[in-house]
Design a protein around this ligand. Structure first.
Ligand code: C5P
Length: 308
C-alpha cells in the first residue's frame, strides 16, 4: 500500500459507472434479492471520491456536481456507510474518521451503479488514507456487504456477475465499445423496478449469461454484441416509465446498433458502430430535447483507481 497520507492531504479516487450488456434475472430469493447472471461493462462516466482525515468517529459527506441535491448526505449515504464499515472492520482500537467529498457525474438512481461506485470509491480512498493493510479481495467482500454492484465498481473492466451480481468472474473482451447515454430527468427506484419485474412474472430460469455476448466480446465484434444485448428488467422499467420507449425508438431511428435500458433504468444506453457514429448519434439525440442530458462514453474502463 502507498506511504501514509498526512492529516492534511486528501486521497482522491476516480470510479466509473456501468452498463449491463446482459442482465438475466431469476426469481426473488428468500433474502429479498434476485438471482442474476449479468455481464457488466464499466464505462467512462466517472464520480470522484476524495477523503481527508477527520477526528475519530466523524464521518461526513459533501456531494457536488450533477444532481448533487438528490444524494442524501446523512448516515444513509452509501459512501459514508462504506467508510464506517471499513473503520469498524479494521478495529475499534484504531481512531479513524474521514470527511468525504463526492463529485458526481454518474446519474443518481439512474441504473448505472452511481451509489455503488461512490461506496467503492470511499472504500479505496479510506483504505489508502488510513494506510490499512487490506487486500483487494477483502475490500471486495466489504463492498458486497454494502450493495450487490459494489464489488464490480471496485474491479471495473468487463465481468460476469452471478449470485446477486456480486460474485465476479473476469470476461475476456477485445476492443473499445462506444456508447451514447441518454440521462432521464426523473429517477427510477431500483427496488420498485425489481418489484414490477416480480409483478409481471418475468423471472428467467435457468439463468445463463448469453454465450453470444461472451463470443462477441472475445472477437471484438460490435455488431454481434449489439444483436445479443439483453436486459430482463427493461419491460419492468418501461411499465413504470412508458416515455422511455420513445427514447429507445429515437436512438434506433438515429442509427444506434442497439438500444437498451441500462440496468434498472431510467438511463438508456445506445451502442454505436464506432466513435464517429457515436458523435453523430449524440448530437442528433441531444437536439431532440427528449432527455435531461446526452453523454458519449466508451468502455471497458478500469474500476476504482487512485488519482495521483
Ligand atoms: O444491492 P443494492 O442495495 O444496490 O440493491 C438495491 C435493491 O435492488 C435491493 O434492495 C433489491 O430490492 C434490488 N436488487 C435485487 N436483486 C439484486 C440486486 C438488487 O432485488 N440482485
Amino acid at each position: 500500500m502507498a506511504s501514509p497520507v498526512t492529516e492534511t492531504e486528501a486521497v482522491r479516487v476516480r470510479v466509473a459507472g456501468k452498463v449491463n450488456l446482459a442482465l438475466r434475472c431469476g426469481p426473488r430469493r428468500p433474502d429479498g434479492y434476485h438471482s442474476l447472471a449479468t455481464v457488466f461493462q464499466a464505462v467512462s462516466v466517472f464520480d470522484e471520491v476524495e477523503a481527508t482525515w477527520a477526528k475519530p468517529g466523524r464521518f461526513t459527506v459533501t456531494v457536488l456536481g450533477d444532481q448533487a441535491d438528490l444524494v442524501p448526505t446523512g448516515e444513509s449515504n452509501l459512501a459514508a456507510k462504506a467508510a464506517r464499515l471499513l473503520a469498524a472492520t479494521v478495529g475499534a482500537d484504531q481512531p479513524l474518521g474521514a470527511d468525504l467529498v463526492i463529485r458526481k457525474s454518474i446519474p443518481v438512481t439512474g441504473g448505472m451503479a452511481g451509489g455503488s461506485a461512490d461506496a467503492a470509491g470511499a472504500l479505496l480512498a479510506c483504505a489508502v488514507l488510513w494506510d490499512l493493510d487490506i487486500t483487494p479481495d477483502e475490500l471486495r467482500d466489504l463492498g458486497a456487504q454494502l450493495g450487490a454492484d459494489v464489488p464490480f465498481c471496485l474491479v471495473g473492466g468487463t465481468a460476469l456477475g452471478t449470485g446477486r451480481g456480486d460474485q465476479l468472474a473476469p470476461v475476456l473482451s477485445r476492443g473499445t465499445y462506444h456508447w451514447v447515454l441518454a440521462f432521464s430527468a426523473a429517477e427510477l427506484s431500483t427496488p420498485a423496478v425489481f418489484a414490477k419485474f416480480d409483478e409481471l412474472g418475468l423471472a428467467v430460469e435457468p439463468l445463463e449469461a448469453p454465450p453470444e455476448i461472451l463470443n462477441a466480446l472475445v472477437s471484438g465484434d460490435v455488431h454481434a454484441l449489439g444483436k445479443s444485448l439483453v436486459n430482463d428488467l427493461e419491460p419492468a422499467a418501461l411499465a413504470l416509465r412508458p416515455q422511455l420507449g420513445q427514447v429507445l425508438e429515437a436512438g434506433r431511428e438515429l442509427g444506434a446498433i442497439a438500444a437498451m435500458v441500462s440496468g434498472s433504468g431510467p438511463t438508456v444506453a445506445f451502442l454505436a458502430a464506432n466513435e464517429p457514429s457515436a458523435v453523430d448519434l449524440s448530437v442528433k439525440l441531444s437536439s431532440l430535447g427528449i432527455c435531461r442530458a446526452v453523454k458519449r462514453v466508451s468502455g471497458p474502463v478500469p474500476g476504482a483507481r487512485l488519482v495521483v
